[in-house]
Design a protein around this ligand. Structure first.
Ligand SMILES: [Zn+2]
Ligand SMILES: [Zn+2]
Length: 243
């Protein structure tokens, strides 16, 4: 990039050297070109409680009207589908920091477009110590700290701990997942004062059934948080309340 600056290349030329758009590889000054942003990251009508896509004009999905989740509002950039599944896979398992910037930038744009009341503190949905040691990379924290800088909201590490992972959840029903995760999260005693009375945004890359976010939210509320919102890159397009 220094060479590019020295030779006076335009933004498009620098983008070409850097690889261009992460989706179509077209020329762009950023990491996602304007066409791909319009095509894949456009705001869509979503349930304000769980971010499920809903028909235009409906604020809240039927399941959330019947049994709202513990988090107050949920926002996501898009459904967990192409190209987000690939981008998030690379981000998570190939530790690509340039993707953290792109994903955090899209989350910030989604938060601003949704007119979300600004949270006072951003909190990453944590990995367990064991999972972190295996992966060596905390993807939710990488998103959270960049999002904090982008939005000018403090991002605080270590406000929430994950004590265990629970059994693999793929084949479990939602009720089983919730039981499996009971007590999985806690606010460490040293962090309680920073949580009490605060409006928090809990940050994660993907939500599948919402069971993990539900348990993490429960721990923050139990420690005295005033309100917890959930901000995601992508949401699996099935109801969070399904069995
Ligand atoms: Zn593109
Ligand atoms: Zn909903």
């Amino acid at each position: 990039m220094q060479d590019a600056a020295r030779h006076g290349l335009c933004a498009a030329g620098r983008a070409l050297l850097a690889g261009g758009c992460e989706v179509c590889r077209g020329w762009t000054a950023g990491r996602l070109c304007a066409d791909c942003r319009t095509r894949f990251a456009a705001p869509a009508p979503r349930c304000c409680r769980c971010a499920l896509r809903v028909p235009a004009g409906l604020a809240c999905c039927v399941d959330c009207q019947r049994a709202p989740p513990l988090f107050e509002r949920c926002l996501c950039v898009a459904d967990y589908d192409f190209p987000w599944d690939r981008l998030i896979g690379r981000f998570k398992y190939e530790q690509a920091p340039e993707l953290a910037l792109l994903l955090a930038d899209c989350m910030a744009a989604a938060a601003q477009a949704a007119g979300m009341p600004s949270a006072e503190v951003l909190v990453a949905l944590p990995l367990s110590a064991q999972r972190l040691a295996e992966r060596g990379y905390d993807q939710a924290w990488e998103l959270t700290r960049r999002l904090g800088r982008r939005l000018g909201v403090p991002a605080r590490p270590r406000l929430l701990e994950r004590r265990f992972d629970g059994q693999p959840q793929a084949r479990l029903t939602r009720a089983q997942r919730l039981r499996n995760l009971q007590g999985a999260f806690q606010v460490p005693p040293a962090a309680v004062a920073a949580v009490q009375g605060r409006h928090l945004a809990l940050i994660d890359d993907v939500m599948t059934t919402g069971a993990t976010a539900h348990e993490a939210t429960r721990a923050l509320l139990a420690a005295g948080a005033r309100r917890v919102d959930l901000w995601l890159v992508a949401r699996t397009p099935v109801p969070t309340h399904e069995a």
